[in-house]
Design a protein around this ligand. Structure first.
Ligand SMILES: *[C@@H]1O[C@H](CO)[C@@H](O)[C@H](O)[C@H]1NC(C)=O
Ligand SMILES: *[C@@H]1O[C@H](CO)[C@@H](O)[C@H](O)[C@H]1NC(C)=O
Length: 202
């Protein structure tokens, strides 16, 4: 738990936010149909609560503004929640918290795959968090197995192309075993690793 806590604390101090928001082919005036969220504790809406072990933030004062801990690493809303409000969408629910039937119902407005403690690299907190590669796998499962239940192949493509993707990651990679390992070279390496995943994803 202590290593994980270090990751979380540091992520609050050193905010290296990689924000990738893109909505291709969508005109300004058109409603964005869904918000899909990936990354770490800055945007996790409760996924860690569903991991084995005690890696969630499911205790006060986390979530105190909601009246109950939600798994978010904050007293209130995350930047993903504020974005959802701005877009007129519901808060993107934690992927791991959705039952199969709930996923089918809720998926059209977005899902949150983010996991506190995770980074871009697969060896960052991989025992206590859902790593980026697995978060992307979750989204791929969503496209292949969940969205097609209610939408035609063409409609799924349209839906995805009009949706907004928020990624906030890279902070936790800077800490290995609680030790800061930042440098210009490491940052370039991280960006390269992130780019690989982004291109893979696109
Ligand atoms: C998890 O991280 C450790 C090092 O911290 C690494 O040796 C191992 O290969 C990683 N596992 C996966 C599945 O990436
Ligand atoms: C992690 O850090 C602790 C204390 O700082 C040290 O005892 C331990 O050997 C380190 N583990 C690794 C895998 O480097």
């Amino acid at each position: 738990m202590s290593t994980n806590n270090n990751h979380l604390n540091h992520s609050l101090i050193l905010i290296v936010l990689l924000l990738i928001a893109f909505a291709t082919k969508s005109e300004q005036s058109k409603q964005i149909p869904a918000l899909y969220v990936f990354g770490d504790s800055l945007v996790d809406s409760g996924n860690n609560h569903y991991l084995p072990g005690e890696y969630s933030q499911n205790f006060f004062p986390y979530g105190i503004d909601f009246g109950t801990p939600t798994g978010r690493c904050t007293n209130g809303k995350t930047v993903a929640d504020f974005l959802a409000i701005y877009l007129g969408l519901p808060f993107a629910p934690a992927y791991l918290g959705l039952s199969r039937s709930k996923r089918n119902r809720i998926v059209t407005t977005g899902i949150n795959y983010a996991s506190a403690g995770s980074g871009i690299l697969p060896d960052t907190s991989n025992k206590t968090s859902v790593i980026m590669d697995e978060q992307i796998n979750g989204f791929e499962r969503t496209i292949k197995e969940i969205l097609p239940k209610g939408l035609s192949k063409e409609a799924v493509e349209k839906h995805v192309s009009e949706s907004l993707f928020l990624v906030s990651s890279g902070v936790n990679d800077h800490f290995k075993n609680g030790t800061f390992r930042g440098s210009r070279k490491f940052a370039s390496y991280l960006i390269k690793e992130f780019k690989i995943r982004l291109l893979d994803f696109a």
